[in-house]
Write a protein that binds this ligand. Structure first.
Ligand SMILES: Nc1ncnc2c1ncn2[C@@H]1O[C@H](COP(=O)(O)OP(=O)(O)O)[C@@H](O)[C@H]1O
Ligand SMILES: [Mg+2]
Length: 338
């Protein structure tokens, strides 16, 4: 099959995406597919001249990305013979327009099949507050929360007072539509709040404040309604932050997670329910925190989960004997069936 791989992009998760792209490119080649690869932020191919080697340029600075954003959105230039031959698009992007439905919408307009969820599901999942409202509507536990739109209540004393009246510390302050734990802070007392709000505000115009849930980090990967075994993450840092996520040795992973069968069954059932509720397709990953009393809280659903060799979805699939390449092929077939 002729596959277009999209990786890179202009979100703060660009470098993670370039790594996912490298792993997916290798798998697609090993599977015998013909691969073209594009960085939609620079409009540049991610392959060498012969199209044989994946060359990810992590040095590109943010501001030069999307050069002609206004009048020439790169992947709209579908005139080329090469583009017409593309049978399916493998989206290896994370965060921003790659994950929030924008790219999915463009591909819908172009009539191209693509991996992962459609525009609406992508937009809903990327907006943590909307996703949490959906969780609550299905009686799925999620940390108590409040959304603050900075256009209505800017970072400052009014916001700080409102949060201090509304929550007991510790709390979590995060961008409402972020990823990779970027812009997220644990806040233990009022004095730390301003810095945390400024850090989140640097990533998003909407800030989500949640109760901090002390507990075990568990995640469930779902592929087309099939929930893989629960995976436990033991970050060396207090939170599963960017460093813990993407630095070898900074987190320990246990797959399947050492939890009792009944809890595992319930969590996989909840993950399937979330998958169905948002109308997801392809591979997603749902993050949970399990507290000491045995209650598990749903944090979020990732519709374009990491696909690096360190990533959690391949790790969960492996528990059921599915290799990375088989997983990539299953995601391609899922896209074609959509
Ligand atoms: N309410 C919370 N209580 C405890 N830890 C949290 C909470 N929210 C987030 N975290 C920590 O931050 C990490 C990232 O949060 P998450 O909501 O999944 O956002 P992201 O989209 O950045 O992954 C989690 O994996 C967890 O380690
Ligand atoms: Mg997460």
């Amino acid at each position: 099959m002729k596959v277009l791989l999209l990786a890179g992009g202009d979100s703060s998760e660009r470098n993670v995406s370039l790594d996912s792209g490298a792993a997916v490119f290798k798998a697609l080649k090993n599977l015998g597919h013909e691969v073209v690869a594009l960085d939609p932020a620079t409009n540049q191919s991610l392959l060498d001249k012969k199209g044989m080697e994946y060359i990810a340029d992590k040095s590109a600075k943010q501001e030069v990305l999307f050069p002609e954003k206004t009048d020439n959105i790169p992947i709209l230039s579908f005139k080329s013979q090469e583009w017409r031959e593309v049978e399916v698009v493998f989206i290896g992007l994370h965060g921003g327009v790659g994950e929030n439905g924008a790219i999915q919408n463009l591909l819908d307009l172009a009539g191209k099949k693509y991996t992962g969820s459609n525009m609406t599901t992508s937009a809903v999942a990327m907006n943590k507050a909307i996703a949490k409202r959906l969780f609550e509507s299905a009686d799925i536990l999620t940390p108590d929360w409040e959304l603050y739109r900075l256009k209505d209540i800017p970072v400052g004393n009014v916001l700080i007072n409102d949060i201090c009246n509304r929550f007991e510390f510790p709390i979590i302050v995060k961008p409402n539509d972020g990823g990779s734990t970027i812009g997220l802070s644990k806040v233990n007392k009022e004095a730390e709040l301003l810095e945390a709000l400024e850090k989140a505000a640097a990533e998003s115009k909407e800030i989500l404040v949640e109760h901090f849930i002390a507990g075990r980090e568990l995640t469930v990967a779902v592929l087309d309604g099939r929930a893989f075994p629960v995976v436990e993450i033991k970050p060396k840092n207090e939170l599963y932050d960017y460093e813990a996520k993407y630095t070898k040795g900074k987190s320990e992973y246990i797959a399947p997670a050492p939890i009792d069968e009944e809890l595992s069954r319930k969590m996989r059932e909840t993950a399937r329910k979330v998958f169905d509720m948002v109308g997801a397709s392809g591979a997603v990953r749902i993050d949970f925190i399990l507290d000491k009393s045995g209650k598990y809280y749903c944090l979020e659903i990732n519709t374009l989960p990491g696909m690096t060799s360190l990533s959690l979805v391949p790790m969960a699939a492996k528990c059921e004997g599915i290799t990375f390449e088989q997983l990539i092929e299953m995601m391609l077939q899922s896209a074609l069936k959509k």
